[in-house]
Write a protein of this length. Sequence first.
Length: 311
Amino acid sequence: MERKGLTDEPMPRNLTKTTWQRLGRRDLGKLVALAAVGALGSKSRASAQDAGCPTTGESAYDAALKRGALLAAVRYDFSPFGSLNTEGQPEGFGVDIAAEFAKRLGVKVQYVASTAATRIPLLTGGHVDVGVEVPTISVQRQQVIDFTFPYYWDSTVPLFRKDSPFTNIQQMKPPHKVGISRGNVDADHVRALVPDVIIVEYPDLAAGVLALKQGLVDATTITANTGKVRVEENPDLKLGDPFFQDMYGITFRQNDSRWRNWLEFTLQTMWVEGLFQSLYKKWLNAPPDFTIWSGGPARLQPGIEKWDGKV
């Protein structure tokens, strides 16, 4: 079925929809090994159905303390922000930030896998307390969920096969196709540059990358830092020219100012301590070229140095 500028995804060979959601940062060709992730159990990985978060009334801050666990939505397919290691455990920058949140709350952390398509339902359905990944702060999303201030900036780039003659997203005119994850705002950015572009939706980034490798689409979109990891792991791919500079926030349910304050104050405290910068460099191989809260000059929220950890 085709819609205006949008098609249903052609199924990548040897990959079921269930397996799509299991692919992590490792070589996409190792389908059998990665599919086995679904059979691995872990105390640090929670089921969304068992989360038991409140959807109204009680702050997520109080709910996490009462439960004794922080339920954090993280990516399993978006290295270096979040992926599964060879033992099937989550790792990455967002994963470490979530773990630090739990540590400072004095509770354990439980991770719930998130994608561009599921990140909002996980929150609105009460399945997680917080999303620690890379959602663009958009007006449409803020009508249903809330964000902290931007805590991460990155460029959006096209990902091509290495033997492709293309170098930028503007070249993706019909009949060429661009694969994009469902729920990703990249579709709007691409359409702004190529109004008649043919976009093929996939359930997550891993499926889109595999479709690209198999020739089902001519490009997919990705953040620059994650794209570097994909190219390192897949030498048959290459990055194109950046076409959008984006900023991302940590997500939580609407109308929870108590939780927002704690998250934002804690992020800034981690910055004052140098921990934020250390984790960033650990996973992105370079110090951040921004300051959280202000984004530009080295300034934090006035008074943060005196915060006592209470909200």
